[in-house]
Design a protein around this ligand. Structure first.
Ligand code: NAG
Ligand code: NAG
Ligand code: NAG
Length: 377
């Protein structure tokens, strides 16, 4: 009898232990974000943390019982630093600092980022394009042309931000279809708002062009309420500054991720199952629509005709039309009036061989027509 009682007691003790175990299995994960990366990470006019990343994390916490994601304001520099060509920021690098497990909305880059950090899978299939931003003179002519192989130039890298400067050796020039010369110098723009620092350096002539996200100027010049950057610096798109390269993909392995964390920290693995389930929900669809990102979300059953419509920033430069006045320069016609090098992709066009027998204006016209048809592809 006594034995039975103690067995029963033992049974309840075990049940109690299991319950405790279930409760303590809720894992709190602290993810940081800064506030100058709309629509991914920003603050509202009232100073509340906001963005696609925060909404995604909050949605996961509400849905999955085993994790609770705490989103905190963190300086990007504590997450990822441009020092020494790129490495983890001080807080994430420090294994005994448990106040931060990872940082949100980083693009899963090739090169240094992939070497030194663990990334979750992507929340967005946006594999963001890079570009080259330069100054326009009073005639609207860019300081660096789209044809430049960058040799002898000084490039400004936005410290801590993708595309990382080693991405310049990965992407191709969209006017010549060639890789860049290795013969350029890189200066790094560091500061609280690194994009502002880079833009000021460009305007001050400290570099010839910035290697930067191709949609950065569009995002910053929109200047929404709560903007933390200096909106004045981003005025003059198409009159003072313009992109001479856009649509440079290939510097990234995946799109915008939920978390960048220390290699081997296990954070990615903890987040993965819930992330995958969350991306199948209507809530995921709703936040995609809310942030105007439906076109680059991973479509689930709740998506309708949310077509992928990228902006001009996603177009390779040889598909840009007009002049530089919209902020996106097309590939230049070379000084000797040879056809637009926009024709570069026509290498693969079976009819392109015949144009070589034409001369003068008809050559230009033919290639413009072909160029036009190429841009409709
Ligand atoms: C790492 O973090 C711990 C805990 O916050 C702190 O005491 C220590 O000073 C940090 N180390 C460095 C090198 O910052
Ligand atoms: C990129 O993210 C998607 C969606 O989360 C995932 O299915 C895919 O495996 C990821 N690819 C890489 C290379 O990490
Ligand atoms: C913003 O940038 C402009 C142009 O460089 C500068 O004149 C102004 O002082 C800056 N404002 C702030 C608050 O830094």
């Amino acid at each position: 009898m006594a034995q039975t009682t103690s067995s029963v007691a033992l049974f309840y003790t075990l049940v109690a232990c299991l319950k405790v175990a279930t409760v303590t299995a809720v894992k709190t994960i602290t993810l940081g974000q800064d506030i100058d990366y709309p629509p991914y990470a920003f603050q509202t006019a009232d100073g509340e943390l906001a963005g696609f990343g925060k909404d995604f994390a909050d949605g996961m916490s509400a849905m999955c019982e085993d994790i609770d994601i705490k989103v905190v304001k963190e300086s990007w520099a504590n997450c990822w630093s441009s020092e020494g060509g790129g490495r983890l920021g001080a807080k994430l690098a420090n294994a005994s600092d448990t106040s931060l497990d990872g940082c949100m909305t980083y693009t899963h880059g090739q090169g240094v980022r992939d070497t030194f950090a663990d990334f979750t899978d992507a929340m967005l299939n946006d594999n963001k394009a890079a570009g080259l931003l330069t100054l326009l003179d009073s005639d609207g002519k860019p300081k660096v042309t789209g044809l430049s192989d960058l040799s002898g130039k000084t490039l400004i890298d936005v410290g801590g931000w993708a595309p990382t400067s080693d991405g310049l050796s990965i992407v191709t020039n969209k006017c010549t279809s060639e890789k860049y010369s290795p013969d350029y110098e890189v200066v790094v723009a560091n500061g609280d708002i690194a994009n502002d620092v880079a833009m000021q350096m460009l305007r001050d002539g400290e570099g010839d062009a910035i290697f930067i996200y191709a949609d950065q100027v569009e995002e910053y010049s929109a200047c929404p309420a709560g903007s933390t950057w200096n909106c004045t610096l981003w005025e003059g798109f198409g009159t003072e500054v313009a992109y001479v390269q856009t649509g440079q993909f290939g510097h990234a392995m995946n799109g915008t991720t939920l978390s960048l964390s220390r290699k081997g920290s296990g954070i990615r693995e903890l987040l993965r199952p819930c992330m995958q389930s969350f991306m199948l929900t209507k809530e995921y669809y709703d936040i995609c629509v809310k942030h105007d990102l439906a076109g680059v979300c991973y479509a689930n059953e709740f998506f309708g005709d949310d077509a992928t419509v990228g902006g001009k920033y996603d177009l390779p430069t040889n598909k840009q039309t007009g002049d530089c006045s919209d902020g996106y320069c097309p590939c230049p016609v070379t000084s000797d009036d040879s056809p637009p090098v926009a024709g570069a992709p026509l290498e693969t066009d079976p009819t392109s061989g015949s144009t070589t027998v034409l001369v003068g204006t008809s050559l230009l016209m033919t290639s413009s027509i072909m160029w036009l048809s190429a841009s409709l592809m």
